[in-house]
Design a protein around this ligand. Structure first.
Ligand SMILES: NC(=O)c1ccc[n+]([C@@H]2O[C@H](COP(=O)([O-])OP(=O)(O)OC[C@H]3O[C@@H](n4cnc5c(N)ncnc54)[C@H](O)[C@@H]3O)[C@@H](O)[C@H]2O)c1
Length: 523
């Protein structure tokens, strides 16, 4: 069994039929959520609708789904057509299993449903029109799924096979309504680039990479894109944070414009976080915005920068001070690409993994402690586990607060001082290395603010940083120049930085602090 599989979609899409097919393939007993609710209530669904109204019915669905999960025996579940319209139910299903939306056009659904009874939402008029209106109304919630699978003109067994393939791949969903996208993680997923481009990017592909990644990864991506019939405009940037400038963005704009691309084009980053952020910004601004996609090739880009839609470039005053939010259409994390990543870059990415684990839970931090040596050695299973943990955390946070109005700021744990250290070193210190030091600084600030356990947490963090091959010599970096950069942090409001103060794993607090106070607390 591949965990829970939930089949959603409009009435008539064949949820129950496909659930039976799938369950037979897997040798499990399928569940029909409506049937369970009716059995428990001792009455029919139309009767519950009539007596108690739609909202009460949705609440029953939520309770029944929760009860089912609590039973703890993963199986295939055919949901009701409107089960996912409740935000809490939908997010719960997304988190606990594979949520698939089966789809078909309204006219086809009306044809399939003709002559059936027991559909309360179809009782008020002409079915095809009601279905078309409902599909439009529910488009954003149906889009929040692991995959939309077409059913029109297809054999249920073929639909079931496609659903199962998604469940086995376990993509991570960043649920943002109609702009929902998926992060596919695994060895060899780069080979699926062509079909993803065919689906998401109708025009030319402006492929941004850097000199270190060009061979073999970007070259391979170009082959896949060309085989899929896409014209490719390659842009090979000079590697390194020192080149994360407007000049690099101009190089991308100009390559695209010289090639005469139109608004059907997409920008694809096949690289680490620096070209990724630059390519995203170029996509956000080129022709007032074209599609964007990412194939991150550094661990840091896989676990952090490729997901969440923040794009931009540095200015002499500080890092990432000019940018835009622009979400990708898809992200392909091919762990095979890490084979050529230098060890120091692997270590730098592990600092962001540690940050994510500290935000996530005690279990996640303990998992890193167990896996530390395997991670440093790029052992595939451990690496994939860590990437999944970090990407899931990021997806959850971004879903809650896409534009960093509040909760998303927690992702800046370790970054206020980290960015300052990085900038003060003229970017000779890697971003991830600086974030590791920034984490230690954050614990020191927590201690200064009176948390008696902070020194303990700091030591735990320090041990992990060492195990990952990262620097821990914080004091050496806390000089005047670094502290001056703390004042330039863009998350300032009314002269104060919203500092992310860590507690035990899974708990952080945002505390407004003036740069002067931060200085004093760092001693
Ligand atoms: N947008 C966001 O939300 C976000 C989040 C975190 C970090 N970032 C940004 O990400 C950047 C850091 O990312 P990074 O560490 O990936 O930087 P990077 O792109 O400079 O990559 C680091 C180095 O690794 C090389 N490299 C990458 N993949 C490789 C591979 N598979 N094989 C061989 N060499 C490879 C690169 O050429 C480079 O020399 C920073 O600019 C930071 O601000 C952005």
């Amino acid at each position: 069994m591949s965990g829970w599989i939930f089949l959603s979609g409009m009435m008539g899409t064949g949820k129950s039929t496909v659930a039976r097919q799938l369950a037979a393939q897997l040798g499990v007993e399928p569940v029909d959520l409506d049937a369970r609710i009716a059995a428990r209530a001792g009455t029919s669904i139309p009767e519950i609708f009539r007596a108690e109204g739609e909202e009460a019915f949705r609440r029953l669905e939520a309770e029944e789904a929760r009860a089912l999960l609590d039973e703890g025996r993963p199986t295939v579940v055919a949901l009701g057509g409107g089960t996912v319209t409740r935000d809490d139910t939908r997010r719960m299903l997304l988190r606990h299993g594979t949520l698939i939306t089966l789809s078909a056009p309204a006219e086809e659904l009306a044809r399939r449903l003709a002559g059936t009874t027991g559909r309360p939402l179809l009782e008020s008029g002409e079915s095809a029109q009601i279905l078309a209106d409902l599909l439009e109304e529910r488009a954003a919630v149906y889009a929040e799924c692991h995959a939309e699978v077409r059913t029109e003109g297809r054999d249920p067994a073929a639909v079931a096979r496609e659903v199962l393939a998604v469940a086995r791949r376990r993509p991570i969903v960043v649920p943002l309504g109609r702009r929902t996208y998926r992060v596919e993680i695994g060895a060899g997923v780069l080979a699926t680039l062509g079909s993803r481009l065919q689906r998401h990017v109708p025009g030319a592909v402006v492929l941004v990479t850097d000199e270190n990644v060009h061979r073999p990864w970007a070259a391979r991506a170009i082959e896949h894109a060309e085989e899929a019939g896409r014209k490719v405009v390659p842009v090979v940037l000079t590697p390194g944070e020192a080149h994360k400038t407007i000049a690099a963005v101009e190089a991308i704009w100009d390559a695209a414009l010289d090639a005469g691309v139109d608004r059907r084009a997409g920008v694809l980053a096949v690289a680490g976080g620096v070209p990724g952020d630059l390519a995203g910004f170029a996509a956000a601004t080129l022709l007032r915005g074209v599609r964007f996609a990412q194939v991150p090739t550094s661990l840091l880009a896989m676990v952090d920068s490729s997901v969440g839609g923040k794009t931009g470039f540095d200015r002499p005053q500080g890092k990432n001070l000019v940018g835009a939010f622009h979400q990708p259409e898809f992200v392909l994390v091919d762990v095979d690409t890490l084979a050529t990543l230098p060890d120091e870059e692997m270590s730098a990415g592990l600092a962001e993994v540690l940050k994510a684990a500290w935000l996530e839970s005690e279990e996640a931090v303990a998992g890193l402690e167990r896996d530390a040596a395997a991670l440093r050695a790029k052992e595939p299973a451990a690496v994939e586990r860590a990437i999944r943990m970090a990407v899931q955390l990021k997806a959850d946070v971004v879903a809650e607060d896409e534009r960093e109005a509040g909760t998303r700021m927690v992702l800046n744990l370790g970054h206020t001082i980290g960015h300052a250290i990085e900038a003060a070193s003229d970017f000779t210190i890697r971003h991830g290395e600086a974030v590791g030091l920034g984490l230690l600084a954050a614990f020191r600030i927590a201690a200064g603010l009176g948390d008696p356990d902070a020194p303990l947490h700091e030591r735990r963090c320090e041990r992990l940083l060492r195990a990952f091959g990262l620097p821990t010599d914080l004091d050496r970096h806390l000089d005047e120049r670094t502290l001056a950069f703390v004042g330039a942090d863009k998350k300032r409001a009314a002269g104060k930085v919203r500092f992310v103060v860590p507690g035990p794993p899974g708990r952080v607090e945002r505390v407004p602090l003036t740069p002067e106070r931060i200085r004093a607390l760092l001693g």
